[in-house]
Design a protein around this ligand. Structure first.
Ligand code: GLN
Length: 488
């Protein structure tokens, strides 16, 4: 990583060798130098960020220490940071500013992290490539003719290009893990409930989770540690066991660790070169004494259908609030009904409209039982597969995506092809399980990620396992071929 990992910067700040102000200025220098090509950033408030950095420096000088004190962080632009725009990558929210802080943002700010940018995303986090943003889409720093992956496209690009050593995304069905694997960074989707959803603009509420993104697992742990803890503002939030181990993450011993390989994830659909990279990565675990065995998750074949029925149903309900009355631009003239309809028609993009229509159909009288209710039943079967697997193994290893980052425009005309990019990422969220994506190697010069899936609330163990892998490999330290102008 061009500007270092959060763990490196943490040490530099604590030792007094670095200042938060200098790091924050370096972030803005990189954004200015690189974002004309990469389009990861939708908004900044430089004066405010620098003021927060100076306050962090004062706290550091006074001897205070927290895992994120003084560290720059990028926020996906569907998270509320009071006073700053929250566009959700949509035109329907033009001019809207967050009136409050999301709980995760408030906790990061209290611990002295320094938000430096709001990051690009697929509109309302619906998408797998970043191309469904209403703005110029973010580009993959490893090959700017290719997508960075979505929906947390800008957050991941910001970390990959060294704008900041930490970012937050959101993951409903893969949105931190897929772009992480396309851009060679590490990202965690925590167990459902581990991070508060208060102030994360809802997409599909039973699936949405905030997820940290960083160069390494140790970095993710720094951010996660200050954000966890039950939140009275999100009744689905829970405490994370072992959270005290996050401030100084230690690699887990891999000896005797039972790793399951779901055979449904390694069949057709997985590109051969990516498969080769995964096999090499799995050997790293095996060489340290991990026991790797094949297991079955037989209901995986229903995952995409199940996910897209539940997701679109929840989307159709959640997005009814964008009606031109309360937020964003209001269409002129006509009756109230026309005003609402025109405001939505003008403000929302094609993919968002497609999902609202699909979801409204799934929930409508006469179809509810056939689609929505059936999807809920399939969700139970998928969850049961995982519960049975975790009776035999400690965690699962799987690909993140069928292949590497694809060129722009290859899937935008075919929504089904885009949905299939999520084949390996939508299952764990349906079961509420924690899952992590990290760099596993390269295929034809493009990053390939490996995914670890754990049982509920095993997030810390998952990070410790990832860290063990990252102490034995150097893929996560590889830098994209970009100009890296660093200030003196
Ligand atoms: N790509 C998936 C979708 O389009 C996941 C999105 C997400 O996780 N926010 O629904």
């Amino acid at each position: 990583m061009a500007v270092g990992t959060a763990v490196d910067w943490r040490e530099g700040l604590d030792a007094g060798d670095l200042s938060s102000e200098a790091l924050t200025r370096a972030s803005f220098d990189r954004i200015r130098a690189l974002d004309v090509q990469l389009h990861a950033v939708l908004a900044t408030d430089e004066a405010r960020s620098l003021e927060l950095a100076r306050r962090a420096d004062a706290r550091l000088r006074a001897g205070e220490r927290t895992p994120v004190l003084g560290l720059p962080i990028v926020l996906k632009d569907n998270l509320h940071w009071s006073g700053v725009q929250v566009s959700c990558g949509s035109r329907v929210l033009d001019g809207y500013r967050a009136p409050y802080d999301a709980t995760v943002v408030a906790r990061l700010l209290a611990a002295g992290a320094v938000p430096v940018a709001k990051a690009n995303l697929d509109e309302f986090a619906m998408g797998s490539s970043g191309e469904y943003s209403a703005f110029e889409p973010a580009r993959n720093p490893w090959d700017t003719s290719r997508v960075p992956g979505g929906s947390s496209s800008g957050s991941v690009v910001a970390v990959a290009a060294g704008y900041a050593p930490l970012a937050l995304g959101s993951d409903t069905g893969g949105s931190v893990r897929l772009p992480a694997s396309f851009c060679n960074v590490t990202a965690l989707r925590p167990t459902y409930g581990v991070l508060s959803r208060y102030g994360l603009t809802a997409m599909a509420s039973s699936l949405d989770q905030v997820g940290p993104i960083a160069p390494s697992a140790g970095d993710l742990a720094l951010a996660l540690g200050v954000m966890v803890g039950k939140d009275p503002l999100d009744s689905t939030s829970v405490d994370l066991p072992g959270a005290e181990r996050l401030a100084a993450l230690r690699p887990r011993s891999l000896k005797g660790l039972r790793i399951g390989l779901p055979r449904e994830y390694f069949g057709e659909g997985l590109e051969a070169e990516a498969r080769g990279v995964l096999d090499t990565a799995l050997r790293v675990f095996a060489d340290q004494g991990a026991e790797i065995r094949e297991i079955g998750l037989p209901h995986t074949r229903y995952a995409i259908d199940t996910y897209y029925l539940i997701c679109t149903s929840e989307v159709s309900s959640n997005l009814s609030r964008f009606d031109g009355v309360r937020f964003g631009p209001r269409a002129a003239g006509g009756s109230l009904r026309e005003m609402i309809s025109d405001s939505r028609d003008q403000g929302l993009g094609a993919e968002v409209k497609r999902r609202i229509l699909l979801g409204t159909f799934c929930l409508s009288k006469g179809y509810y039982d056939a689609f929505y209710l059936k999807a809920l039943k399939a969700r139970t079967l998928i969850t049961r597969d995982f519960l049975q697997a975790f009776e035999q193994v400690d965690l699962l290893a799987a690909p993140v995506s069928p292949g590497t980052a694809f060129p722009f425009g290859t899937k935008t005309d075919d929504p089904l092809a885009m949905y299939l990019a999520d084949a390996f990422t939508v299952t764990a969220p349906l079961a509420g399980l924690p899952c992590l994506a990290m760099p596993a190697g390269f295929a034809s010069g493009l990053p390939v990620g490996i995914q670890l899936i754990g049982s509920a609330l095993s997030d810390v163990m998952l990070l410790e396992t990832a860290q063990a892998f990252q102490t034995l490999t150097r893929h996560h330290l590889a830098e994209p071929p970009l100009p890296a102008p660093l200030p003196a």
